[in-house]
Design a protein around this ligand. Structure first.
Ligand code: PLP
Length: 385
């Protein structure tokens, strides 16, 4: 049987056994719809409320600021819709060049509707140009939307400073915290953030459930019209099993935040040190910037990223070139392109994203597989070893 080493945790994480155990009754005996007034309905509503408290504890927000959604993509769409729906003339949205497609695609759609979209750049290390961000915020600006941690490089944006800036300028702020939740400490209520989006399947919960945290008083317009679920903020019967799993995953993530981070940080250091020794010409994108502890994005000069991903997969090592959502597109990484302005570098980038479930052995074996595979690809591509 092929050995499988999973190093694609920014695409999705496995469901933890405790999460699965908590979910299963809600797919079998605990059959209630939270809107029903009988035993089963009341039980389902209580469970959803308990999960809401656990997600709130992880993110440092009040439970009534949480709206469960089907994904972070839906949460992001709801935030951007809420901030831009108001009747007055089209305005400006300030975002960054390295956002996830959930933000970038929505902004492109707004642009087609007449909004002025400013995509602030990053430097070679992936660090956001905060001065450019500040200068981009004008009286016409309706919203600033930035990510907390980049899904491809792990680079962290200074959300504290950005939230202060938005408070000063009096503009709404949405933060895509999908890759920060469970990896960094988040205190929503201590920051001037109006909307924050997260996803369960990036923190060892199930796929198909996310949350939008919307500050009480921030403009809100439901994206899904329907019943009165989620206090009238999202129509549609709740994904009870998914929400239960999200709650347990959030509780574990909060309790284990430091221990997981320390373990993953050590594994990544071991990996990056080994890479530096074995492949001195490899480029680790964003290595000089603050990064979440699990992500490393590497370019091997002259090696196409997609070719390397396929070769590693044959050897049982699962990684991504670019982001999972872009994996079926032929365009090279827009994130590495924004950092390097080099099509070659963007085409070569491969993301390794670890979790606390990985072992030292996974790292050693991946280095060993790379040592075998890279010369083989080079030889096939150039005809020389
Ligand atoms: N934002 C970031 C930074 C992501 O990494 C992802 C998923 O990869 C998303 C948003 C979308 O999350 P979901 O899969 O829950 O829609």
């Amino acid at each position: 049987m092929t050995l499988r080493i999973y190093l694609d945790n920014n695409a999705t994480t496995p469901v933890l056994p405790q999460v699965l155990e908590a979910i299963l009754p809600y797919l079998s005996t605990k059959i209630g719809n939270p809107s029903s007034a009988h035993h089963f309905g009341i039980e389902a509503q209580r469970t959803v409320d308990a999960a809401r408290d656990d997600v709130g504890a992880l993110l440092g927000c009040a439970s009534d600021e949480i709206i469960f959604t089907s994904s972070a993509t839906e949460a992001i769409n709801t935030a951007l819709y809420s901030a831009t729906k108001r009747g007055r003339a089209r305005g400006r949205i300030v975002t960054t060049a390295v956002e996830h497609s959930a933000v970038l695609s929505y902004c492109t759609a707004l642009e087609e509707d007449g909004f002025d979209i400013v995509r602030v750049g990053v430097d070679r290390a992936g660090v956001l140009n905060v001065d450019e961000l500040r200068e981009s915020i004008t009286a016409e600006t309706r919203l600033v939307s930035v990510m907390w941690a980049n899904n491809e490089t792990g680079v962290i944006f200074p959300i504290g400073d950005i939230s202060e800036l938005c408070r000063e300028k009096g503009v709404l702020l949405h933060v895509d915290a999908v890759q920060a939740a469970g990896k960094l400490s988040i205190a929503f209520d201590d920051l001037a953030i109006d909307y924050l989006s997260v996803s369960a399947h990036k923190i060892f919960g199930p796929k198909g459930v996310g949350a939008l945290i919307a500050r009480n008083g921030a403009p809100f317009h439901p994206l899904h019209q329907g019943g009165h679920q989620e206090s009238g903020r999202r129509g549609g019967t709740e994904n009870v099993a998914g929400i239960v799993g999200f709650g347990v995953a959030a509780r574990l993530a909060k309790n284990e935040l430091e221990s997981r981070a320390a373990r993953i940080h050590n594994l990544r250091s071991h990996f990056e040190d080994g890479l530096g020794r074995l492949f001195p010409d490899a480029c680790i994108h964003g290595i000089t910037a603050p990064r979440v502890p699990n992500t490393t994005n590497i370019g091997f000069p002259g090696i196409d990223g997609d070719t390397l991903v396929a070769a590693l997969d044959i050897e049982g090592v699962c990684v991504s070139a670019g982001s999972a959502c872009m994996a079926d597109s032929i365009a090279p990484s827009h994130v590495i392109m924004a950092m390097t302005h080099s099509y070659a570098a963007a085409s070569e980038a491969v993301r390794f994203s670890l979790s606390h479930l990985n072992t030292e052995r996974d790292v050693t074996q991946t280095l060993e597989v790379l040592s075998r595979v890279l010369p083989r690809i080079r030889q096939a591509e150039t005809g020389s070893a």
